[in-house]
Design a protein around this ligand. Structure first.
Ligand code: ADP
Length: 330
């Protein structure tokens, strides 16, 4: 809270404001020296001039936080012009969420538009005559199918993310043998790995049972193994290992000896739509959403997923499952 008299001299700035805006001895100084931000000045002038309430949302240049600022006049002593009181509500988090949402909508629209543009292009080419050349027509139809499939997987990943974020899909707690889940996932990718000339190995170091959600765990592993198969070139190796975690509980490790991910990209790969190599990921049918789904699935059941990678040598994802976490209500 900040109070100023009709000259604009600061009468009072409470401790919270002083701390937030890093003000030093503001009382007695002109507010412009204290809060150096144009929007706040304009708002305050407005209140003093009109003698009426004013409100605005201001992103501070210094400190980068956002505040909902409301100014109201208060009467001066015996007919003197009035002063003003400003309150600052920190709305940084809301601003951040709004920005994330805006970016997300923009990204999702862009991702959907790309295959759509291609589909339209091939349809037009078919209409313009490619249809009469069976070989070309067949090839274009194949492309249309690929792009349509891509859109379908994007939409289903987006729906999955939104279900996870809305909390609609609560984990269903049960006793889970992580080794068995890993075994099933390894078996389901054996064919794909073989077709690509990858050796897929599976080992267990005696993973204990945990209280978890087997379906979610399967989905997490499927995403990680699918990525390993996708990004590791022919001749490579993928190891799926289960065992006890050092901090108690179990851990599942998916390691490959593929291209690896460089340190600058590593912290961001769990973000939505983040891809190290956009063109390459698209070519492989990736949506850039797989790992953000993995992160959400894991967080929702108290598991932690970490990644370690050395460019040129490979990537290792580790899923740590707490032993017998408390059953949450619902
Ligand atoms: P995508 O659909 O593109 O695979 P993900 O969210 O699953 O999206 O992964 C994000 C990015 O992380 C990928 O585009 C890829 O660049 C990188 N990545 C994930 N797993 C691996 C891996 N095993 N080896 C190398 N890069 C990987």
């Amino acid at each position: 809270m900040l109070a100023v008299d009709h000259h604009g001299s600061v009468l009072l700035a409470n401790q919270a404001l002083q701390d937030s805006l890093e003000l030093r001895e503001p009382v007695g100084r002109h507010y412009l020296e204290v809060v150096r931000q144009r929007e706040v000045g304009e708002l305050l002038e407005g209140v003093l001039r009109a003698g009426a309430r004013r409100a605005d949302e201001v992103e501070m240049l210094r400190g980068g936080r956002a505040y909902a600022v409301t100014g109201v006049p208060f009467p001066g002593p015996e007919g003197q012009p009035s002063g003003a009181v400003l309150t600052f509500h920190d709305v940084t988090e809301r601003h951040r969420v709004e920005r994330v949402r805006r970016d997300f909508v923009a990204n999702a629209s862009h991702e959907l538009r790309t295959p759509l543009t291609s589909i339209r292009g091939f349809v037009e080419a078919l209409e313009d005559g490619a249809m009469s050349e069976p070989g070309t027509a067949h090839r274009f139809l194949g492309k249309i199918r690929t792009h349509a499939d891509r859109m379908a997987s994007l939409v289903s990943d987006l729906l999955e993310l939104s279900r996870l974020e809305s909390g609609e899909r609560a984990p269903s707690w049960q006793t889970v043998a992580p080794g068995e889940v890993a075994e099933e996932v390894a078996a389901s990718f054996a064919g794909a790995a073989e077709r690509k000339g990858l050796s897929l190995r599976r080992s267990d170091r005696g993973a204990p049972t945990v209280v978890s959600d087997a379906d979610r765990l399967r989905q997490i592993l499927e995403n990680l193994v699918e990525n390993a198969v996708k990004y590791t070139p022919a001749g490579g190796r993928i190891d799926i290992t289960s065992g006890p975690a050092s901090a108690g509980g179990a851990e599942l490790v998916v390691a490959d000896d593929g291209p690896g991910i460089s340190a600058e990209h590593l912290p961001r790969i769990f973000e939505r739509f983040y891809r190290v190599d956009k063109a390459r990921s698209r070519e492989m049918g990736g949506t850039g959403l797989g790992l953000s789904i993995v992160k959400h699935l894991a967080e929702g059941m108290g598991a932690v997923v970490t990644v370690e990678s050395h460019p040129g040598r490979g990537t290792t994802f580790t899923v740590r499952l707490p032993p017998g976490q408390e059953r949450r209500p619902g």
